[in-house]
Design a protein around this ligand. Sequence first.
Ligand SMILES: NC(=O)c1ccc[n+]([C@@H]2O[C@H](COP(=O)([O-])OP(=O)(O)OC[C@H]3O[C@@H](n4cnc5c(N)ncnc54)[C@H](O)[C@@H]3O)[C@@H](O)[C@H]2O)c1
Ligand SMILES: [Mg+2]
Length: 341
Amino acid sequence: MLSGSSFIYTFRTLHTRLCSSYVKHARFLFDLKENDDACRQELQYGSFYLFHNLSPLFRNLGRSFCSPAVTTSDLKKILAGYGKDELIIEESVLIGSSGLGRAEFAIDLGSLDKSNLEKDFSGKFTELRKIAMQLTENELPLLAKAQSLLRWHADHQYCSRTGKPTQKNVSGSKRTCHTGGLIYYPQMSPVVIMLVSYKNRCLLARQNSYPAGMYTALSGFCDIGETLEETVRREVAEEVGLDVEFLRYSASQHWPFPNSSLMVACHATVQQEEISLNTAELESARWFTLGELEKALQWKQIPEKEKDGTAPIWVPPKIAIAHHLIQEWVQEQKANLQEDQ
Ligand SMILES: NC(=O)c1ccc[n+]([C@@H]2O[C@H](COP(=O)([O-])OP(=O)(O)OC[C@H]3O[C@@H](n4cnc5c(N)ncnc54)[C@H](O)[C@@H]3O)[C@@H](O)[C@H]2O)c1
Ligand SMILES: [Mg+2]
């Protein structure tokens, strides 16, 4: 067993090692983002995640799926067959770096024939949303980032001030309108998501577009000029007519569906039970007990309807930050109950 001081030493050494490799990684990516020549060079050795009109390529591994990372030389060979090797520079975006310290890129090959590409790369281009629940915790954020960045480039081909085409830098971290001297950077919309609670129950809601039986935490886009705290208070007032008394930050998540949002998750308490539902926004909202939420969290896939046609209550899967908030509240309630005993 380690003594106190050697434990601290080991922790510090480990921390320094982890930190220095993280710092190296961050500086490597910073250089590639800012320096076109360095990024062009790295494009020779990197790996590529392939997309077709924003759908990533997947290979079926029997019980799971993976999105293969293709090497530059394999990609070059195949693109040369289409007479399109220049796409590597024109269309690639930098999305990260591998554990081996090589850059990772994403490229959308939407201008080439989809079924031929699927044969060439032995996979299927599949909508990310359809397959998201089957991906690992590392794979989904990387593909979500790639898809969001590729979408942003596809949607920002022209300058909104001059109407002239914009040019991407090699890494894809920005686009420039050389006529107007304007630079555009990829954007995410800030969204708050809050699990509102009153005493020992919490509030979940549903919109009529949600799948049957699914309830989730309240959420809403930040209006321009608002702080996150103001958005939480306004959204809760607008959607269910309650006044937030206290709010506590929990975590955040990049959410790519349907567009790139930065989800900021928090717990909020109110001092009033009576809900006034805004039916223009929500189909239903109600208070849930600990027992009901424990049951709702148990579903690993969308539950079948009951014989009488009613849908069991379920909550978003682990990939959604709403799940994390609900899970956190359940754990806290259980800890409180134990303390009271
Ligand atoms: N990851 C998760 O756990 C999770 C859970 C719930 C919601 N979400 C996401 O949060 C987002 C916001 O949810 P909501 O529907 O409650 O928002 P909301 O309550 O603000 O209502 C949506 C409406 O806001 C308006 N709006 C204002 N700014 C907008 C913008 N920048 N982009 C799009 N619409 C804008 C539009 O009229 C839109 O119909 C959605 O994209 C949803 O997918 C994620
Ligand atoms: Mg909302």
